[in-house]
Design a protein around this ligand. Structure first.
Ligand code: GLN
Length: 193
């Protein structure tokens, strides 16, 4: 399976390395042609305003929206989550979201004083996974999920706030799963894709 990593900006290299570790072929996606060759896509953390602009400059926004509408499995982390959300608070006024998952997020919503932190994330839920140990979540100027639509499953929360959600083929995390040695979330994504 060819799994793309949106490689316009941000933490894409680490995601590609983790994907290779879990046995799939990672492809850096920088153009519409690259996108058309992948079976699934990771949208990394970074800066969502810049990534949103780059999606327009590279003319990838519409092809990506079409692939998402067609059921492309996608895993968005941090800035990737922001780009996939239905609505974004505290974004730039020209920041457009892809509205692929029915959640509302607030950029940098954890506040300045704790804008980076680490926390154990208990991932679970019926038919999702059965992990004995929590996933160590690294949160870097992470978005807060402020609303979750009816069709969205919350796979993990921290202090009552959702941090890992899934709707159909779209999974999003507000933390950076590529920054630890734990491969379980990438495996979960690839297995379901
Ligand atoms: N705060 C960033 C943004 O708004 C996201 C941070 C991250 O991806 N680590 O895009």
């Amino acid at each position: 399976m060819k799994v793309g990593v949106l490689a316009l900006q941000g933490a894409f290299a680490r995601h590609a390395a983790v994907l290779a570790d879990v046995g799939v072929t990672p492809i850096e996606v920088k153009t519409p042609e690259h996108l058309s060759g992948v079976d699934a896509l990771v949208m990394p953390g970074g800066e969502s305003t810049t990534m949103s602009m780059l999606l327009d400059i590279t003319e990838m926004r519409h092809p990506l929206a079409e692939r998402l509408a067609g059921g492309l499995p996608v895993f968005g982390t941090c800035a990737g989550m922001i780009l996939l959300a239905s609505s974004v608070a505290d974004g730039r006024s020209d920041q457009e979201s892809l509205a692929a998952i029915d959640i509302d997020v607030r950029r940098n919503g954890y506040g300045r004083q704790i804008d980076s932190f680490e926390a154990d994330v208990n991932v679970g839920g019926e038919g999702i996974c059965d992990w004995d140990l929590p996933f160590h979540g690294v949160f870097i100027r992470a978005p807060v999920v402020e609303r979750v639509g009816d069709g969205v499953d919350v796979l993990a929360s921290v202090d009552g706030q959702p941090v890992l959600c899934r709707q159909g083929q779209v999974m999003v995390a507000s933390f950076h799963p590529e920054l630890t040695d734990d491969r379980r979330l990438h495996e979960l994504f690839v297995e379901a894709a």
